[in-house]
Ligand binder design. Sequence first.
Ligand SMILES: [Zn+2]
Length: 459
Amino acid sequence: MPRKISGRNRHAAENFGEEQACCGKLRRGTDMPRKTLGGMEMARMTGKNNLTSKQFNRGLLLKLIATQNCRTRIELSKATGLTKMTVTNIVSEFIQQGLVAEREEVQTEVCGRNPILLEISGKAPKVIGLLIFRDRIEAVLCTLSMQKLASESIHFDSLTKEQLYAHCFSVIDRLLEKEKNIFGIGVAAIGPVDIWKGVILNPPRFYGIQNVPVREALEKRYALPVFFDHDNNSAALAELLFGIGRNVQDFLFVGISNGIGSGIVSGGRVYHSHRGLPPEIGHISIDRRGPLCACGNRGCLELYANTHIVLEKLRAAKGRAFSGERCAGPGDALSANFCRAEEGASFADFCREEGASFADFCRAPQTAETEEIFEEMLQDVSAALVTSVNILHPEMIVLGHDCIDWDERLVGRLEELVNERKVVHDQRPLPVKKAYFGKEAQLIGAACNAVDQMFRGFV
Ligand SMILES: [Zn+2]
């Protein structure tokens, strides 16, 4: 049961639920990001709002059904404070519109009528998520409950602006061949981005491509609403709606890859700054006398703990440690990739020539030297996390990207470091968890950017 929704509406009586919802809506009107629906601004800081209470309630009920937080009309009524009549009326509309279907749960040991369960109908529209990364473009076709129906991807190691558009159109076209009933397209892109305009600005190491108006291009080609956000904000949204943060109001999503990015969930909403820029935890300085970062600051976390740098250290260390060691075959505890290496190759050769991945090193047996490298990485990451935790006081930290490859011991050690050093020491330890959607959090998050608009009442 969603904690704060039920809390907000627990005193509801006739119409009070709608009033609460309306208050929620108005509050949203003042703090929601100026995302757009088909290019139309939905809400601004002035508090203007074009949502009616009924639209808000419809979005809320659809969200609770799609996320499976509520499975019956009674549960919906209890969770929202809306009257049973209001819930019944809205659910009836959903059923007529083909958004929601009823299913009778067969109970073998309980007398009486079987409960009627509500779920997203197979006839309901689907959403497409588009993820734009440095090395690939992926698209996914999902139900409103985030069940993956199909996905497409294109990988590259060079790119022009024209190819970027062509790849986006290609993966989306292929999904549209499978499904025509689409509510909208959600986009998650590497930053920096202008989320209000739907433009990728000037990402570093992105083949010199700058100022790409992705949303405009997609809207023009497909005549569908397009919803655009930063990749880690999108991942945070996916975890909030359907993942490990679904019952958490405040959490910090941290994605470590060749950069270190983050997304903040505050008060049950993904935080968007007035400029739409995502929180850059990777550029928190952990040493003011450290090396100069491209951002202009010194000693940024990203300079010490990004996957690329840690991997280089591991390759060097493991190469030395395992110099001359022979692959013992598939039964050996070494990584799968290593075992695919040519028989008789040394681990040192493999590391240098075949390129053991970060995931390989996480799975491989550790030496004192690699343990030390991982510990150093965790110390660096925890330094920036503690700073963030002391400011935000989240309920949870969610790890994504290459952290998904981490051994649970590494996750546990990071949790230990953060809890030792955060300013508030009480009986409520701060959990550190891996993302429910793993390395797909950003991709599923892209689709969530679209479905979230339905949950806000634009259905
Ligand atoms: Zn920096």
